[in-house]
Design a protein around this ligand. Sequence first.
Ligand code: BGC
Ligand code: NOJ
Length: 811
Amino acid sequence: MKFGFFDDARREYVINTPTTPYPWINYLGTENFFSLISNTAGGYCFYRDARLRRLTRYRYNNTPNDSGGRYFYIYDGGDYWTPGWMPVKKELSFYECRHGMGYTSITGERNGISANQLVFVPLGYNGEVHKVTLKNTSDCDKSITLFSFVEFCLWNAWDDMTNFQRNFNTGEVEIDGSVIYHKTEYRERRDHYSFYSVNTPIDGFDTDRETFMGLYNGPDTPDAVAKGQSSNSVASGWSPIASHSIKVSLKPGEEKQLIFILGYVENREEEKWESLGIINKTKSKEMIAKFQTSQNVDNALKDLEEYWAELLSKYIIDSTDEKLSRMVNTWNPYQCMVTFNMSRSASYFESGIGRGMGFRDSNQDLLGFVHQIPQRARERIIDIASTQFENGGAYHQYQPLTKKGNNDIGGGFNDDPLWLILGTAAYIKETGDFGILDEPVPFDCNENNKASLFEHLKRSFYHVINNLGPHGLPLIGRADWNDCLNLNCFSKIPDESYQTYGDPDGRVAESVFIAGMFVFIGPEFVELCNRRGLTDEACEAQRHIDKMREITIEHGFDGEWFLRAYDALGNKVGSKECDEGKIFIEPQGLCVMGGIGVSEGLAQKALDSVKEMLDTKYGIMLQHPPYSKYHLNLGEISSYPPGYKENAGIFCHNNPWIAAAETVLGRGDRAFEIYSKIAPAYVEDISEIHRTEPYVYAQMIAGRDAVRHGEAKNSWLTGTAAWNFVTITQWILGIKPHYDGLMVDPCIPKAWDGYTIRRSFRGVEYDIKISNPAHVSKGVKSVTVDGEKLASNIIPVLGKGRVHSVEVEMG
Ligand code: BGC
Ligand code: NOJ
C-alpha cells in the first residue's frame, strides 16, 4: 500500500494522508542550523549541535507519537483545527505534505479554509522560515483566528528532559511587538537567544505553556485556541512557549500570507544587552527584516532549489526505470548529504543527545557525498584523522563541537583505521588532490604532535599488521564493523556497555571481516605509495596483503563460506560447526570485494551460500540462524531478540556489499536484484509493512525470525545511504572515479539495453552513453570519447568548457 507518490520533476515526495505508518520526515538546513520536520509538522530544530543548542522541544517515544513541532491552529467560529492534522486531528477535506530538497510544505483544508505551511531554512541563515498561506475556498466571508505555537527547549536537550528542580525556575522570555524572545540562561553564561516573529501586528500572544494549554491539556486541546483568545501570558520559570494570535478576514477566494521566523542569534559578551535585562535585538531584527515579504521568501526558496540542483547535478542517470532514476538522481544522494550533516546525531530514532561522529561512520558517509562537496570532504578527512592515535588506532567517535576524541567510548575498534584509507582514497580519486597526503595532521588532536596524512594512512595499514592473532588474522579488539559482535566483552552485569566493557587488547579473538577489509582496502595504500615513488614501501605492503589473502583462505574459509571470526577462546564464529549464527554476511561481502577466493571458486560458493541461507524477500539477513539465547562470548549481538538488528535482522548497510561482491563475479542480474530489494523507491508499494519513509533507507528491516518480518526501523542516519549509492553508481552502473580519470566498468542485468549517465568530474562534464547490444552483464568492448577510441576503459580528465561525449559498448 502507498501513502503518497514521487513527484520526480519537482524532486518531492508527496504524502496524501497524515496517517502514514510512521511519521515520515524531512531535514531542513545546509550549514549550521538544522531541523527535522514530519509530515504532520512535528519535529524540532537546533543550532549546530542537537544536544547542546536545541531550540525547540520534542518528546521522543511519547504517546501519541510525534509530539512537539511547529503547529498552526485555525480557530473558525468555535471549531479549531491544524492543517498538518496533528495535533488536533480534526478531519480534513484535503491534506497533502510535500517533502522536497530542504523544504517541506504541508496543506490542510477544512470548512472552506485552505491553510498551507511552507517550512525551510534559507541558505546561510540561522533559522526556520514558516510561510503560512490562508485561502478562503468557500463562497462566503470568513473571519478566523490563526494561532502559532512552538515550545522552547532550554538549550541543553539532555538537561531539559532530566533536570526539573532547576528547569522549572529558569524559563525567561521577552516580548517586543510581534516578536517573542526566548532568553532562558541568557542572563548568565549563554551568549545566545532565539525568537519567534511574524511580519504583521498581532492580536495576542502567549509565552507560558500552562496558560496557553491548560495544565491538564495537551497540544490537541489548548485552552487559548479552544476559546479563540490568547491571554498575553508571560512565562516565568516553568515552560516557555511562543504563540501568536492573529485575526484574519478573508473574502471568498481571497488569500493571505504571513511569514513567521524561528531564529537563533549569538551576541558577544559586551553586546548582549540593550539595557539592564533587555536583550540586544539588533541581529534578530536584521534576520526578521530579510523576510518581510512573500517575494523575499520565494526568492530564498529558489536559491535553495538551485543549491540542490547544483549538488545533485554531479551524477544523473537517464534510464527507463523510473525507480532507479529517482534513487540515483535525487533521494539517495540527498540522504547522503543528510548523513554528512547529521552523522548519527538527530533523527526520529537517534535522540540527538548521544553518539558523536563515528570514525568508521564518517569515513563511510564520505564515500556517498564526496562528489557533491569535495572541499568539505577534505575538511572532514582531516578532522577525522586528527583523532587518530600514534599507534594507528583511533577514537571510535569524536564530538562535532570540539572535534576531540570521545574518551567515554575510547578506541579499540580494530576496523576503524582502515576506513580512513578508504575515505581518503575516495577523495583523491574524485578530486585528483594528492596534496592532501602531505597535509600535517595531529595525533589525538595534539597540535604539537603532527605527521602527514600519508603517515596516518601508513599507521592505519600497519595497525592491522601489528595486531594479528594466533592464526595470523587481525585481532578484533572491542568489535569490528559489527559493533555488536563483542568477542572480548564477557559482560554479565546489566548496565555495562557492550562497547566499552571487557579487554580490548585480547590477543586471541580475530576477525575474518577485517582480513577481508584489509585485502580490499590495502591496495589503495599500495597505490598511493607507488604514486609517491615509494616502491619499496609499496612492495612490502603488497606482501602483507598477499599473505593476508592466503591466511584468509587457509583459516578463514569454512568449506562453503567465509568464517566470521574466532572468539576469545579460539572457537569459530559463523561456521557450519555452530548451532546458531552459522553464516554471517559481512565477510562474504568484503572478502569477495577484495577478490579473495575468486580464482579458486570459493567466492562463488560464498555468495551462493548467502543466497541460500540468508536471503529473504525483503533483503539479506546479517546472519543465520539467530541467537536464541545470550552468549557471553559474543556480546550484544545475542542480546537482541531473533530477527532484530545485528541478530539476524536485514541490516541494510551490508546488503550492498553483497551486491558489489556479485559484480566482482560478473553476476549483474543478482547484483541488481539485491540492490532493488531494499532500495526505498522499490518498496514503496509495501509501505504498510515497511513503515518507514519510502524515499530513504532505514538501517534495519526485521529478519525472517522476527514477529514483524519486513518492518524497517532507524531510517535516515545510516551508512546504508553511502554504500548503496556507491554500489549502484560505481559497481553496478559502473562509473568509478579512478586516480587517472573515470573508469567505466558496468555490471548490469543482461536484459538491459543501456542507459546514459551525465557525470561531472573534476570540473568536466561527461555524457556517457552505455549500450548493451549483446546483452551481457559485464565487459566493455569499446569506449570512444568525442569520437576517438580509447585504449582502456579509463576516460581521461579532458579539457573543461564543453560536454564530452562518451560512447561505451558492452560486450
Ligand atoms: C546498536 C548497534 C550500533 C551501536 C552503536 C548498539 O547498541 O545495537 O546497532 O552499531 O549501538 O554504538
Ligand atoms: C551502526 C553503527 O553506527 C555502525 O558504526 C555499525 O557498523 C553498525 N551499526 C553495525 O553494528
